[in-house]
Ligand binder design. Structure first.
Ligand code: T4K
Length: 379
């Protein structure tokens, strides 16, 4: 039995000795940031790995989201998902934009495209969908709505590193897509992110915005921010690329083991991962239904007593946080699916170093709790 606590994730790191030559090079160059050599090398290598033409590296996913909205001059109202990490909606507030929450699809946990049109008003300028847990959004349906109403689409692809849908990288869709390389993500550079751009001109604009809006030494053309990735993160990113395929392969095994071991547990649903041609197995959410003897929060606490720290991603809904809950679209009756899923979800640990024995221990506990008296009998 493992002694150490098991967290929802554990960052993947390359062998320390492999990092030393990169550090020596940085020390020798004395270029620490501002489009250094590793930054440029990583930007190119990452675009190649992901099968993309143009991307711009960022210091983190949140600043990348804020900048993506700024780059497209988005204003007014933007339709988005309440079922995400709070950074998604915060990026709208940072741009003075009003979020309009639309309910999610119970299968994919992404924005439900059939509910988007009803939320469009004359103030709507864009849609900010999230590829939640790395499940691709219904990109075709969203594109059709955006085209019909002349809306921009920015995808929050923070969970979608390497994910491919029916037509290649899911990150090619929309006007822009945003990635996160935070420590908790499938691919990490400690902190980091990127904006996927459709062409060189857009990338140049975004490159300027992440550098305070500078063009050359003395000209500032926009109120840009400091969103630049530094050399250490870029060097780490180059190294991480060497290991990412093996890391995702191990995640696939863990995902399969969980599914097999939980398949027969009444009241626990493992949502199917839908629409990926190539998956990244970023998270392992389960839904705890009323047929399970314990409520979700009770499972969360009981697992914690055994040193297993699942996470309730995404509870509470973004729309329940104080800066959002006064919005008309934040009412729970406008978001019945998201509200129910947020009450039932718990993400189980998944990361490449999680052992098969630990997976069995976690599923064993969930099977044991399933033997307890039913909720109605218990009460
Ligand atoms: N859009 C979406 C859809 C996102 O999910 C996110 C971030 C963003 C945008 C914004 O991207 P960034 O600006 O972050 O690049 C985490 C992450 O901080 C956040 O990046 C992530 N989404 C979100 C879903 O999860 P917390 O508050 O749950 O993280 P924390 O620190 O509690 O970590 C979870 C567990 O991971 C810990 O219990 C232990 C383990 N851990 C964590 C860190 C940071 C480690 O073992 N080592 C570590 O260094 O938010």
């Amino acid at each position: 039995m493992s002694e150490k606590p098991i967290y929802v994730t554990q960052p993947q790191l390359p062998p320390l000795e492999d990092l030393i030559p990169y550090l020596e090079q940085i020390w020798e160059n004395r270029v620490l940031t501002n489009r250094g050599p590793f930054h440029n090398q990583f930007e190119q290598a990452l675009a190649e790995y992901l099968g993309l033409e143009h991307l711009s590296l960022f210091t983190n996913g949140t600043i990348a989201l804020v900048t993506a909205l700024q780059a497209l001059r988005i204003r007014g109202e933007v339709i988005t998902s309440p079922y995400s990490f709070v950074a998604t909606a915060h990026s709208l507030l940072w741009n003075g934009i009003q979020p309009v929450f639309v309910d999610i699809d119970p299968k994919t946990m992404n924005l439900d495209p059939t509910k988007i049109e009803a939320a469009i008003t004359p103030e709507t300028t864009a849609i900010l969908p999230v590829h939640c847990y790395g499940n691709p959004c219904d990109v075709d349906a969203i594109e059709e709505i955006a085209d019909n109403y002349n809306l921009k689409v920015i995808y929050d692809g923070a969970h979608a590193f390497g994910v491919q849908c029916h037509c290649g990288s899911v990150l090619k869709h929309g006007d822009l897509s945003v990635l996160s390389f935070h420590a908790t993500k499938v691919f990490n550079t400690f902190e980091g992110g990127a904006i996927v751009c459709p062409d060189a001109k857009t990338k140049q604009h975004i490159d300027r915005l992440k550098n305070f809006g500078f063009v050359g030494e003395t000209t500032v053309v926009a109120s840009g921010i400091n969103g630049k990735m530094h050399e250490f993160s870029a060097a780490l990113g180059l190294l991480q690329l060497e290991h990412i395929d093996a890391a995702i392969a191990r995640r696939r095994e863990i995902d399969a083991a969980y599914r097999e071991q939980l398949a027969a547990v009444p009241g626990i649903t493992c949502p199917t991962r839908a629409g990926q041609q190539v998956d990244n197995y970023a998270y392992f959410p389960i839904l705890v239904g009323p047929e399970y003897p314990l409520e979700r929060d009770a499972i969360y606490e009981k697992l914690k007593e055994h040193g297993i720290h699942g996470r309730r991603y995404f509870y509470p809904l973004i729309s329940q946080f104080p800066m959002y809950r006064g919005l008309p679209s934040a009412r729970p009756d406008n978001l019945p699916v998201a509200t129910e899923v947020a009450e039932q979800v718990i993400c189980l640990p998944i990361y490449p170093d999680l052992s098969a024995a630990d997976v069995e221990r976690i599923t064993g506990l969930l099977r044991d709790y399933a033997q307890e008296p039913q909720r109605s009998e218990a009460s």
